[in-house]
Design a protein. Structure first.
Lengths: 487, 491
């Protein structure tokens, strides 16, 4: 009998994401395509039972990863990191002077002048200061203190860990939006806590309505002990940006109900469109003044994985903790210290995001051009997505203010029936067919939670324009056929 | 906001308090970055501000960070990583062909050909394949399956992940995890955080910190009274003790694990750091398979490795992996799901790992320089290990076992009763009191033995052997002098 047969139930209870199932199938298809291309080259007609695919490559728009979809990384970031990795480049003129200056400045903060050293637990002191300066600037002067900031990949896990009390008589509950970033749900459940869903209002552009928060909290009575409210702004998967008024209502709510506020704001740099301006929870809290500004306990998260940099692979992010009990902060510090420190290159990427090249800097013209291009691409893609998707019958998309489209699918009953027969969620079934027949990977709404009886897909729109055109072309053609097949 | 305490706003209105926070987190201690290190940081700040001290710098001999102590990165590794970071450098003829070849291969395997893209949660496939090949080569041809390789954020991430998977049950059924005394405190911290039961087994200081199966048996039998022992953790080469286990010992441990039905966790991050004559690194996996199918097809095990130690010392990259052996396929599926929650390990660390397991070969242009640099690093460490043992053993009241491997020395220090009493008065454990005094007087930061565990009534400290040889000599001299002074003061 295996030792490991009996494993921690918390892990067992984490739902397997359909996204991963799709990814595995996509790998197989890619391999099949590669082999059939090879056999074509050899002029061999392999006796294949495989149906030939009507596409030459698979396009993956299910990850929030700009580099993966083909967006060009920012030159400044790539060059600075290269110089930091191989400091001989700092002295050569192979790289622009602005790049070399920044690299030199970053390396000064490293012990032994090497990116291979450990750093302080919170992050390199100068980098942490940079983050707090960024926050203060962003929030119109509301002060931010370095001792409240931890640079870390996956810091949400540590904060949740402190909140979840497995020895209490009732299980810890965390209010989570529907729909919600799937990793957050998994993290909460993985710690043995319970998610308490509150529905965002799709018809009102995914508005967070405070009455719904009250209802959700009420529903938790007797089931669990809610300790925190998790909000995502800008949204993921739904592409909303919260209004200042909505943020104020949430803050009032958590204060009244004595909940810890977890504000996931990693997409704050990706906002576009009319009437959509990102304002941070911290800023609104500060501007609401005492007693709220001195008492509401808040953890805000940001990351270098998103925004224009899109450096997901470097794993650089931070959490700012506001109004926490100082004694609790000591333990949080200890917890972070067991992770040693965030990867140094990730800290550097974060630094460059917090303080990009400024007008007047030698690196500014190229940086500005590249980020402008990204902005233009995003705006263009959003327009095209809404045009195409909203013109397809059975598809309906709320305004997209971020980097994900989360359109609603009105699936015909026959399709829902077929999905049921196959033991799949209807939108997962749709996504699998989309992959098999059109070579496009998107995520099904069931991975994020959605109102009962509704179905959605999520796809990333930060892609090169021609990639998005191709995705939309394949999606339209597939969708039309699918709706016909199941009518 | 953080000033509110200064403003006198009462804290009893807090939502998150000591009383309602996760009680497990309150039990977490991690001495390597603990109180003494924080004091060292304060002192550094004071020095920067111009405060006069009896020393001009703080020497941080508390943490196994080679580059921080002046060790130079291996050129080849950094060249490839720079090429990966900024692929236009592939046009630059100052970079050797073998570096470019590897960079191209790594970039090919990355999403969008960028190290800034997420990778698969288990790690980039071609890197896992290279790791498997490296393990096969290291272990004399014993097969390794890339599917059993999980890349991780340093070895620590993989160790904690495995423990997350293993710790379950309530009350008397709660998982017990065997860990050595002394041990690297990540283990005790993780066990505290997970609410697991720590089962301590003592290494034998008089026998060069060797591991005795009889002691393992004593520990596990006692533990069965109050918990469910399921895991046995071994660190080889050892941290903080540096002992390199003999092949016989490893066989005995494997036999024990099988008999007691325990999951083996073999922390082998120092596998290239072996110095003492007559000592050799034997991987647990190799020994397991050489013991034949009765063992190799049944004992469940995970081996851990990292890019932070050995000759690379690239701690800041957070690169590492684990190989799982004989894991139940259903459990493995759960493991794969669990690692997906942290998305993916840092990609530069994965790229670095790929180079470590795929170094320049004799017929490649970078080979000579690479081998020269690698040999120099390991030779310097061996010399420093020898020097440390020699100098410390000349000090009355300090007993130092040979530093057979790893990067640390863990000498026993005799403390006068008066010092022990004084420490108690000040509310400190005696070896913390000793180390704090050393820090304040000489600016040398060590970690007290109490942070790692030690036999009751004995005291130790852990010091790294990483400073450059000349500086190390000075540090050793200063500590020796301090010890004599300290002993005199409290006699």
């Amino acid at each position: 009998m295996n030792v490991l047969q009996e494993i921690i139930p918390n892990v067992k209870n984490m739902k397997q994401l359909q996204n991963l199932v799709l990814a595995r199938r996509a790998s197989q298809i890619k391999e099949e395509l590669r082999q059939s291309e090879f056999s074509n080259l050899c002029f061999k007609f392999t006796c294949s039972q495989r149906v030939r695919k009507p596409f030459k490559e698979v396009i993956n728009v299910s990850w929030g990863d700009a580099h993966k979809t083909g967006m060009k990384p920012l030159s400044f970031v790539q060059q600075v990191l290269a110089a930091c990795l191989y400091p001989q480049l700092v002295n050569s003129d192979r790289l622009p002077v602005g790049v070399r200056q920044r690299a030199q400045s970053l390396l000064k903060g490293c012990d032994g002048g090497s990116v291979g050293s450990y750093t302080a637990t919170r992050g390199i002191s100068e980098r942490v200061h940079r983050v707090s300066e960024f926050i203060t600037r962003r929030d119109g002067g509301a002060p931010s203190y370095p001792e409240n900031i931890f640079i870390s990949p996956g810091s949400q896990w540590n904060i949740l860990n402190v909140l979840v009390n497995s020895e209490a008589s009732h299980r810890t509950g965390v209010l989570t939006p529907v729909p919600c970033y799937s990793i957050a749900l998994m993290s909460i459940r993985g710690l043995g806590a319970v998610t308490v869903p509150y529905n965002l209002n799709e018809e009102q552009g995914w508005e967070l309505q405070v009455e719904e928060l009250h209802r959700a909290l009420e529903s938790a009575k007797g089931v669990c002990n809610p300790v925190a409210l998790y909000v995502i702004n800008p949204g993921n998967p739904a592409g909303y940006v919260q209004s200042r008024k909505s943020i104020q209502e949430v803050i009032q709510f958590v204060s009244e109900k004595r909940l810890f506020l977890l504000a996931d704001e990693v997409y704050q740099d990706c906002v576009h469109g009319e009437n959509s301006e990102f304002v941070s929870y911290k800023r609104v809290l500060a501007e609401m003044g005492p007693p709220l500004s001195d008492t509401v306990e808040l953890a805000s998260f940001h990351s270098a994985s998103k925004g224009f940099m899109g450096e997901c692979g470097l794993r650089g992010g931070y959490v700012e903790l506001v109004n926490l009990d100082l004694a609790v902060m000591k333990y949080i510090y200890k917890l972070f210290s067991t992770d040693a420190c965030a990867p140094v290159l990730g800290q550097f990427a974060l630094d460059m995001m917090m303080k990009p090249p400024q007008p007047g800097d030698p690196s500014y013209p190229l940086y500005s051009m590249e980020t402008q291009h990204i902005r233009t691409t995003l705006v263009h893609n959003v327009k095209r997505v809404l045009e195409v998707v909203n013109n397809l019958p059975g598809f309906c998309c709320q305004p997209v203010k971020g980097v994900f489209a989360f359109p609603r699918l009105h699936l015909p009953p026959k399709a829902i029936q077929k999905a049921k027969e196959m033991g799949m969620q209807p939108d997962a079934f749709y996504c699998m067919r989309l992959l098999e027949e059109a070579g496009v990977i998107v995520s099904p709404g069931c991975d994020y939670g959605q109102k009962e009886g509704t179905h959605h897909i999520r796809f990333y729109i930060m892609t090169p324009e021609d990639t998005m055109e191709e995705v939309l072309r394949r999606l339209s053609s597939f969708h039309t056929q699918f709706m016909k097949d199941f009518s | 906001m953080s000033q509110q305490a200064a403003n006198g706003v009462p804290c009893r209105g807090k939502v998150l308090t000591l009383d309602n926070m996760n009680p497990n987190v309150r039990r977490v201690e991690y001495a390597v970055r603990g109180a003494i290190v924080q004091r060292a940081g304060q002192i550094e700040k004071e020095l920067k501000e111009g405060v006069k001290k009896p020393f001009t710098e703080v020497i941080k001999a508390n943490i196994g960070d080679a580059h921080a102590m002046g060790q130079k990165p291996i050129s080849f590794l950094r060249q490839v990583l720079a090429l990966c970071s900024y692929p236009e450098l592939l046009e630059d003829n100052k970079f050797p062909e073998d570096a470019k070849h590897r960079a191209r291969r790594i970039l090919e395997a990355c999403g969008g050909h960028s190290i800034g893209a997420y990778s698969a949660s288990q790690g980039i496939e071609c890197v896992r394949q290279d790791v498997a090949r490296y393990i096969e080569k290291r272990d004399g041809g014993i097969p390794s399956n890339p599917d059993n390789i999980y890349l991780s954020t340093g070895a620590s991430d993989a160790i904690v992940t495995m423990l997350k998977l293993l710790v379950c049950g309530e009350g008397r059924d709660r998982t017990g995890v065997m860990i050595s005394i002394p041990q690297y405190p990540l283990y005790s911290a993780a066990l505290a955080d997970l609410g697991a039961v720590q089962i301590s087994y003592y290494l034998d200081e008089d026998k060069c910190w060797s591991l005795d199966v009889a002691e393992l048996k004593r520990a596990v039998d006692a533990a069965r009274q109050h918990c469910n022992p399921r895991v046995l953790c071994i660190i080889n080469p050892g941290n903080p003790t540096g002992q390199v286990q003999s092949r016989q010992c490893i066989e005995d441990v494997i036999r024990f694990a099988k008999e007691e039905h325990l999951f083996l966790m073999a922390d082998e991050v120092y596998q290239d750091n072996v110095y003492a004559e007559g000592c050799k690194f034997h991987s647990f996996k190799k020994v397991l398979f050489e013991m034949g199918p009765a063992y190799s097809s049944t004992v469940e095990m995970a081996s851990f490795h990292s890019t932070s130690k050995c000759y690379m010392g690239e701690c800041g990259f957070r690169g590492g992996y684990m190989e799982v052996i004989n894991m139940d396929p259903e459990v493995k599926a759960q493991l794969t799901k669990l690692v997906s929650v942290r998305l993916c390990p840092p990609v530069p660390g994965q790229a670095l790992l790929d180079l470590v397991v795929n170094p320049p070969q004799p017929d490649e242009p970078s080979y000579n320089t690479f081998m020269k640099e690698r040999t120099a690093v390991l030779a310097a460490l061996a010399e420093k290990a020898r020097l440390t043992e020699q100098i410390f053993n000349e000090v009355p009241g300090v007993t130092c076992n040979p530093v057979q491997g790893a990067m640390y020395t863990f000498p026993r220090i005799a403390l006068p009763q008066k010092a022990i009493d004084k420490a108690k008065e000040e509310g400190q454990v005696p070896d913390m009191f000793y180390c704090m005094r050393l820090l304040e007087e000489e600016g040398i930061c060590l970690v007290p033995g109490s942070g790692f565990g030690q036999r009751e009534g004995t005291f130790h400290f852990r010091m790294t052997i990483l400073p450059p040889t000349e500086k190390l000599k000075i540090v050793l001299q200063k500590i020796s002098d301090f010890h004599v002074r300290f002993t005199q003061e409290f006699s």
